[in-house]
Design a protein around this ligand. Structure first.
Ligand SMILES: [Zn+2]
Length: 492
């Protein structure tokens, strides 16, 4: 940044930011924040375009202190802003206290009032509070309001005891849910690792299916973008499709499995840009006919493989799905109907959301939604039966946690605060637990549907086991939530 100003002190009450700002350095620290996970508010709940804390802190400070009197002061303040904006200094009391003191001095000893009328993900009000300002945050979107309450209001109001209670009741919810529906995710009995190892399925890989249009074929086509399961420098594993009669079957090939057949390219799947190719007869089905099968209810889905993890071994393992795996799924499907009816009577609404998904027609942002082309017409349609069961059970347990807290004599407002975090945790779980969540073969992990800001169709998805401790499970998020909560409590 160039010292462009010549006549200093020309304007009364000119602020530092009007004079100069270390744009380059603050931008670098802001960009670096994207890789920070533990403790960062971005891990509390997704919010679109949440501002980095570094730039929020630096701009707030620079807007609240006076313009420098001379070039020495300019250089000193500039260096201080660069230090202040760093993530590592978020809780550095020496630096933060100095910033607070400067702001108070510049405002006649009174904390300035800061209003963010479109506060969204809460970065600006969080940083204004950290700098000691009297802060107000406004929002119209109810999701953002809940995020703001959990980021700003509850941590200030209740402090670190919140961390203990959120942890305690989060564990309670998990255990209660597991007691009721854990049986639908049985530990591996296939003998994959030999007897008694008790490997846990962390996910089930599914492919949506259509029928081959060739009248002499009629085979069921599993729609898969590609066949890689692990595509890492030191580990290459794939699903290998082969035909038996008129059935497409699979086996697992690659490192640690049967040798990968020569000439097999796992990056070429059965569907590309909604055009499908039948692996049995080679017939090509146009995109509009693929969509038509979905719209006419002729499409289906098939569980292809199971991803396993064992606490005694490093990494993920794969096996082809069996009739046993489908049996557990069908039992969950049956139990869902029973539970859905029960909750419908209790709550007076269908626990499975029936709100319509975005139409997705027209231009611009609307094009990000293509799910309607495939008859995914309500939000409930974005989940398979076992996923629906898992989510409505978690919701029920969070509601019960609130009632139990009240019975145990917790203050009502405080209990509401605690369950608000559990509600955010369900949201994150739902982002992983749907039929638009994909298996990322480069990291061997489940990626939630918001890795893109869209609701595009996904042919093959991974169904998370919420009770495993791997990516996407209920437990995998907790370390993050508690770190953020602690960070927020210590920020004020
Ligand atoms: Zn065919």
């Amino acid at each position: 940044m160039v010292w462009a100003h010549k006549g200093v002190n020309k304007v009364e009450d000119k602020r530092f930011i009007e004079e100069s700002f270390p744009v380059k350095e603050v931008s670098e620290h802001s960009a670096r924040e994207k890789n920070i996970r533990h403790g960062h508010i971005s891990t509390l709940h997704i919010w679109w375009a949440r501002r980095p804390l570094a730039s929020s802190r630096a701009t707030s400070y620079a807007a609240l202190i006076p313009a420098p009197k001379d070039i020495d002061e300019w250089e000193k303040k500039r260096q201080f802003i660069i230090e202040l904006c760093k993530w590592e200094n978020s809780l550095n009391s020496m630096i933060i206290e100095k910033a607070r003191k400067d702001i108070l001095e510049a405002n006649g000893g009174k904390p300035p009032r800061v209003l963010d009328p479109f506060a969204g993900g809460g970065s600006i009000p969080l940083e204004a509070l950290r700098l000691g300002c009297e802060t107000y945050a406004g929002e119209y979107n109810p999701v953002a309001v809940l995020i703001l309450k959990c980021t700003l209001e509850y941590p200030q109001k209740y402090g670190e005891k919140l961390v203990r209670d959120v942890k305690k009741w989060g564990e309670w919810v998990l255990q209660e849910a597991k007691k009721e529906i854990g049986r639908f995710y049985p530990p591996d009995k296939s003998g994959y690792f030999g007897e008694g190892e008790g490997a846990i399925p962390v996910g089930y890989i599914w492919a949506r299916t259509i029928k081959c249009e060739n009248p002499s074929c009629n085979a069921e086509i599993p729609l898969m973008r590609q066949f890689w399961l692990a595509k890492k420098p030191n580990k290459k594993v794939a699903l290998y499709p082969y035909v038996e009669g008129k059935e497409v079957k699979f086996k697992i090939v690659g490192d640690g499995y049967e040798k990968m057949p020569s000439g097999f390219d796992p990056s070429k799947g059965t569907v590309k840009g909604a055009v499908a190719t039948c692996p049995v007869c080679g017939y090509v089905i146009e995109a509009k006919n693929v969509r038509k099968q979905f719209q006419e209810g002729k499409a289906g889905q098939r569980m292809i493989a199971v991803v396993l993890h064992s606490k005694n071994r490093k990494g993920k393992f794969y096996r082809i799905a069996t009739e046993e795996d489908m049996k557990a799924y069908r039992e969950a499907e049956k139990y869902l109907e029973e539970k859905r009816q029960k909750l419908m009577q209790e709550w007076g609404i269908d626990p499975v959301p029936d709100e319509p998904t975005p139409e997705g027609k027209g231009k611009g942002a609307e094009r990000a939604f293509s799910v309607r082309n495939y008859a995914l017409n309500t939000y409930g349609d974005l989940f398979n039966s076992r996923q629906k069961l898992a989510l409505i059970t978690f919701v029920e347990k969070v509601r019960q946690a609130y009632e139990k807290m009240i019975d145990e004599g917790y203050d009502k407002e405080y209990a509401k605060g605690v369950v608000s975090y559990l509600g955010l945790a369900i949201d994150m779980n739902a982002a992983f637990c749907n039929t638009l969540a994909r298996w990322e073969n480069t990291s061997e992990a489940i990626k939630h549907l918001y890795s893109r800001q869209a609701l595009p169709m996904l042919w093959d998805y991974v169904e998370v086991n919420s009770f495993s401790d791997s990516s996407g499970s209920w437990n995998a998020g907790w370390g993050y939530y508690l770190d953020v909560l602690r960070f927020c409590c210590r920020s004020y």
